[in-house]
Each structure stands twice: as structure tokens, then as C-alpha cells.
Design a binder for this molecule. Structure first.
Ligand SMILES: [Zn+2]
Length: 376
């Protein structure tokens, strides 16, 4: 017996059409469409074997009862950015698999308590960002040493995606779980370090401000950007840093200190009134002229942040190093694929090393591990 929802999930995860899947499995496209719409169905051992092979999953994956589809969440905000629908579906399915593994593990572990505030309906975006800093245990001022870590210790599950399209699909977020109380942020691996920090802060903004999307998507995107700016570089700090004339050479060291791209800093200077529209345009033109739009200086100044919590949970449940076979018994994927998934998360040594790499100011969150405990 296989589940239609699993067939569809695996097919979209692999970026296959129903026709392509049908050919591999020795079935017709119509039959695949029918299977996908059926709750569960028996297709016989021979077809099951061929179908599983085509979808590159163990047969047990197709026989596992499905859970509900992952909500689109903030993905729909970005949908208009001309991404092929297949790419969006693949990213969503990929996140869906990781979230199912995470939920399976969370049922056996005690996660950090959820600290992400619900600030729907708030008008002042900068106030929302400040309230969020406070709820997450961050001081009102100063750089945030590690954004992903801050999210993870506040109960957010951060998922590392293989699917990443430069500038078009960096990240998305959603509230998940039967009670919609599990915040997920999915981040494509491969983005530059400063972008990972900004887009994950942007997604945090969506989680805090836009729990139930609906309304003006462009306005929501701007709100999430504004939230990220204030979250990473609070207004009072920005006003102190931007007292002198803002030039590109003055922005370069600020990038390293605050962990924001020069392009974002120009925008922030404009937001806090340190430069006017004309100066902003002029700086943006200079940025382009120096070729910094393609690659800014300081691109290698820091290691890109990687999430840790999902792997940490695996280590607690399946040993360190992780016993991949045991993990595969809990979640039926081929071990090679599970190894690739695990490899996208920071292991303990790299996590420790990262902790000691560059600056910035001390923060109470700097040394705190993401804590999981076995359930009592
Ligand atoms: Zn967004």
C-alpha cells in the first residue's frame, strides 16, 4: 500500500513530471495522476519497485503515512519574482522533508521554549523589531553575533536547503505544526554570509508580523526588510555610526561590524535620515561603478552562518557521529541522501570554531548553546 501524497511529494522533490515518472515506473501519466489523488492504493510489488526507483526513494518512503503539506508561508510573497514553479515546489518539498524529520525528533526531545513574539497588527515596524530583540534575549543595541543561532535558541527550526537560486530564492518561512506553533525558516545554502544574516532576519520579520498572509504582498516585503534593518542595526546605533558624511569607504568597516551588506547599509542610512534620496542614489551608482553590486568587498570576511539545531537533535538521538542507518530506520530515505542533508548543518567542531571567528561586541547570547533535552 502506498500513499498518493507521498508519490506527489517525492516526484516534486525530484523535479519530475507525471509523464516522466510514469515512463520510469511503467505506468501511464493518467495512472500517476490518479495515484497522487488517492489517499492510499496498492499498485503491486513490481510497479512499486520501479516507481520507488524512479523517484529515488526507498519503497518504505511511499508506504509511510503522510502528514499535512507544508504551508506556503512567505514563499508566496516572493512568488512573483519569476521563479519557475518547479523550483518553488522543489524547495518546498525539500523543506517539508526536513520539517518532518525535525518534528519526529522534537516528539522525543524537549526543545528550547518558543520566544518568537506575535506582533500582528503593530504599526511601528522598528518598535516590532525592538520588541523582538527583547523577546529573543538580545540587548536593544549592538550587533547580533549570529542570527541563525539566535533564531534556533528561540525555538525556530532553521532548515538548510540545497535548492537555492541566487537573488530569487534565498529563504522562506512559515508557521508549522498542528497548532501552527512551530516556526520554520528555510535557507538556501550558498548565499553570501551577509545575505544569510539579512534574509533570515527578514524571514523572522514575516514570522513576527505576518502570521496569516493576505493583503498587499509588496507592502509586506518592505515591512520585512525594514524589520531586518532595525533588528540587525537599531536606529540609535545607526544614528551614532552615521554622524560623518556617508561614503563607501566609511561603509566598508561598518559592514564587518554590523554584519550587513554595504548595499543594505546605504539603505539603512537613508532610512534613519543620515542621507537624502540624492545621496542614496549617488552611493548606489558608485557601488555599481566599482563592481560591488556583483561582489562587495569583505565577501570572505566571515564564514556563512549555518544552522546547527537539526543536526544537534540527530546527534542526541542517533549518536555522534550520527548513525545514519538508524536515522534511515526512523525516516526512510537512502543513506546517501540523509548524509547530504546532515552535511548542510554545522557539526559541533565547526560550530565552536565559528563561535570564535570575528567580532562583534559581546552579547549575552554569544556563548549559549542550543539546548535540547530528552523528554522526561
Ligand atoms: Zn519576504
Amino acid at each position: 500500500m502506498i500513499y498518493g501524497a507521498r508519490v506527489r511529494q517525492a516526484r516534486e522533490l525530484r523535479g519530475l513530471t507525471q509523464t516522466g515518472t510514469a515512463q520510469g515506473a511503467g505506468l501511464t501519466q493518467g495512472r500517476i495522476a490518479q495515484i497522487e489523488l488517492t489517499s492510499s492504493v496498492d499498485i503491486g510489488d513490481d510497479h512499486l519497485e520501479r516507481l520507488a526507483q524512479t523517484l529515488k526513494v526507498p519503497a518504505a518512503f511511499l508506504q509511510r503515512p503522510p502528514i499535512e503539506d507544508l504551508a506556503e508561508g512567505s514563499m508566496q510573497f516572493r512568488a512573483r519574482k519569476s521563479l519557475p514553479a518547479g523550483v518553488l515546489r522543489r524547495a518546498r518539498r525539500e523543506a517539508e522533508i526536513a520539517r518532518e524529520i525535525a518534528r519526529h525528533m522534537l516528539s522525543q526531545l524537549q526543545a528550547p521554549s518558543l520566544r518568537v513574539p506575535d506582533l500582528r497588527g503593530i504599526d511601528d515596524i522598528e518598535e516590532a523589531a525592538q520588541l523582538t530583540r527583547s523577546a529573543l534575549g538580545l540587548p536593544p543595541h549592538g550587533p547580533i553575533p549570529r542570527v541563525l543561532h539566535t533564531l534556533e535558541r528561540s525555538g525556530v527550526i532553521v532548515i538548510a536547503l540545497e535548492t537555492w537560486v541566487d537573488g530569487k530564492l534565498d529563504a522562506f518561512s512559515t508557521w508549522d505544526g498542528p497548532e501552527l506553533d512551530l516556526p520554520l525558516v528555510s535557507i538556501g545554502e550558498g548565499a553570501p554570509w551577509d545575505r544569510i544574516r539579512f534574509t533570515s532576519s527578514h524571514e523572522l520579520g514575516h514570522l513576527v508580523l505576518h502570521r496569516a498572509p493576505g493583503g498587499d504582498l509588496n507592502a509586506m516585503e518592505k515591512e520585512a526588510d525594514h524589520f531586518a534593518s532595525e533588528f540587525l542595526f537599531p536606529r540609535e546605533d545607526a544614528e551614532k555610526e552615521f554622524t560623518k558624511t556617508v561614503t563607501l569607504s566609511r561603509l566598508a568597516p561598518l559592514k564587518l561590524k554590523w554584519g550587513m551588506s554595504i548595499a543594505s547599509l546605504i539603505f539603512r542610512a537613508f532610512e534613519v535620515g543620515a542621507i537624502d534620496q540624492k545621496q542614496k542614489t549617488s552611493l548606489q551608482v558608485q557601488l555599481g561603478a566599482r563592481g560591488w553590486r556583483k561582489q562587495e568587498p569583505g565577501a570572505d570576511a566571515r564564514e556563512p552562518e549555518r544552522p546547527r539545531a537539526l543536526r544537534k537533535m540527530m546527534e542526541l538521538l542517533y549518536g555522534d557521529p550520527i548513525d545514519i542507518r538508524q536515522l534511515a530506520e526512523a525516516f526512510p530515505l537512502y543513506t546517501a541522501e540523509l548524509n547530504r542533508i546532515v552535511g548542510r548543518y554545522a557539526d559541533a567542531p565547526s560550530w565552536q570554531a565559528h563561535k570564535t571567528t570575528p567580532p562583534p561586541a559581546e552579547s549575552p547570547s554569544a556563548g549559549v548553546l542550543v539546548q535540547f533535552r530528552a523528554r522526561a
